[in-house]
Design a protein around this ligand. Structure first.
Ligand code: FAD
Length: 383
């Protein structure tokens, strides 16, 4: 079967790899000149099954209200005259009940565990390298109240097979000695030894090479302009190439993996995808003093930041990422938010990174109200 995959982010490239392994002929289409150049470019690098508690949970509505208008808030709704944003917000509220939260944790843990296993098998089978580390993820809390609130979800995750262990502040420092200077701030932590980290962009680029080796065709610098249906199925894709030439692309089946942009194209097919862009930030710094830099991938609960150490051909780097801003498709860097991240890094790991060489980035997470991704066959049998 010929399958067209729309989008060459982590999702598109992974889909292409597995489809071609299954024996299909695969073509990937993307508007960028290189793969994984949008949201999959500089993310937090965590492979975190343990990060399964959705943004929508019983404590979220009050927090979101408190954070409204606060420039450096971890989760910031910038209310706009945008029907899609308001609809998404209402769906988000519906996911905040204890029952929905438990249900969504279960979906996310099951999918995350499966995905992590597949990643480990892929690594084993291909020897792919992407600055990976398999030292687990340590999620630390600087508030007693938030630490207490994390115990029940952590227990639920353990019941589902994700071994997220509760550890004391001392144990957290033993696991990651770079936290020693802020030991007095720690209320406690959880540690998931099986979780991992790595450079998502390098992973995608390496996987593209493996895909090409299997005969997958990449049509880069091709912008999808429309999906056209006929007789209840997806008939063809319309696109323009880098010189603006019109193209009509046809296949037996299609995978829609254009991240935050997928809903616009799906709408023309009568499919309503509850995806809204949640802008996040990342900062990447070269390591200055290795003895002060963390090794284990970390999650800072208070600031909703994740920390990964990426060591490979591009050097020894600290990647810090997080925060979510629901403000349409704008990707501008807001310096208040950038500086808040840098201040936190310096507070937790003074002297570890070259702050003067920091590179800042924003990306649009394709966020669903429940954080559960949309995977599977659509109402169109071939999409
Ligand atoms: C700051 C930040 C930190 C994050 N940290 C983590 C983390 O630690 N761990 C984790 O698991 N996830 C993390 N994420 C989320 C993760 O990065 C995303 O879920 C993932 O990158 C999404 O991949 P994707 O393939 O769905 O989308 P994308 O990477 O956005 O890919 C979509 C592709 O579609 C293409 N496209 C769009 N429109 C068109 C068009 N009209 N025509 C042709 N091509 C088009 C784009 O060029 C792009 O290449 C983070 C995200 C952000 C923003």
């Amino acid at each position: 079967m010929h399958v067209i995959v729309l989008g060459s982010g982590l999702l598109g490239v992974s889909s292409a790899y597995y489809l071609s392994k299954m024996g299909h002929q695969v073509t990937v289409v993307d508007r960028q000149a290189t793969p994984a150049a949008e949201t999959s470019f500089a993310n937090g690098g965590q492979i975190s099954v343990s990060h399964a508690e959705p943004w929508a949970n019983p404590s979220a509505p009050l927090k979101v209200l408190k954070w409204l208008g606060q420039e450096d808030a971890p989760l910031l709704f910038r209310l706009r005259a945008d029907m899609r944003q308001w609809l998404w917000g209402l769906q988000f509220l519906r996911e905040c009940t204890p029952g929905r939260t438990r249900h969504n944790i279960e979906q996310i843990v099951r999918l995350g565990t499966y995905s992590r296993t597949m990643l480990q098998e892929l690594r084993e089978a291909t020897g792919i390298h992407y600055d990976q580390r398999t030292q687990g993820i340590l999620h630390f809390y600087t508030s007693e109240k938030e630490f207490e609130a994390a115990l029940a979800p952590a227990e639920q995750m353990r019941e589902l097979g994700c071994d997220r262990q509760v550890v004391s502040a001392d144990e957290a420092v033993r696991l990651e000695p770079a936290l020693a200077s802020v030991r007095h701030m720690l209320a406690g932590a959880t540690y998931t030894a099986e979780d991992e980290s790595g450079d998502a962009n390098r992973f995608a680029r390496e996987l593209v090479k493996l895909c090409e080796g299997q005969g997958v065709r990449f049509l880069m610098s091709h912008t999808v302009t429309a999906l056209r249906q006929a007789g209840g199925s997806l008939d063809h894709i319309e696109a323009t190439d880098s010189e603006g030439r019109f193209q009509r692309l046809r296949a037996d089946a299609y995978v829609l993996a254009m991240g935050s942009f997928s809903p616009m194209y799906a709408a023309a097919l009568g499919l309503s995808l509850p995806i809204y862009p949640a802008k996040g930030y990342s900062v990447t710094l070269p390591v200055k003093d290795a003895s002060k830099a963390y090794q284990v991938s970390l999650t800072d609960d208070e600031y909703k930041l994740v920390f990964s150490r990426l060591t490979g051909p591009n050097g020894d780097r600290l990647r810090i990422a997080g925060t979510a801003e629901l403000n349409g498709y704008d990707r501008d860097l807001n310096w208040v938010r950038c500086e808040a991240i840098v201040r936190r890094v310096e507070q937790l790991f003074p002297g570890a990174g070259h702050l003067d060489q920091a590179s800042f980035w924003t990306g649009l997470r394709p966020a669903t109200p429940s954080n559960v991704p949309l995977i599977g066959r659509s109402r169109m049998a071939n999409l």
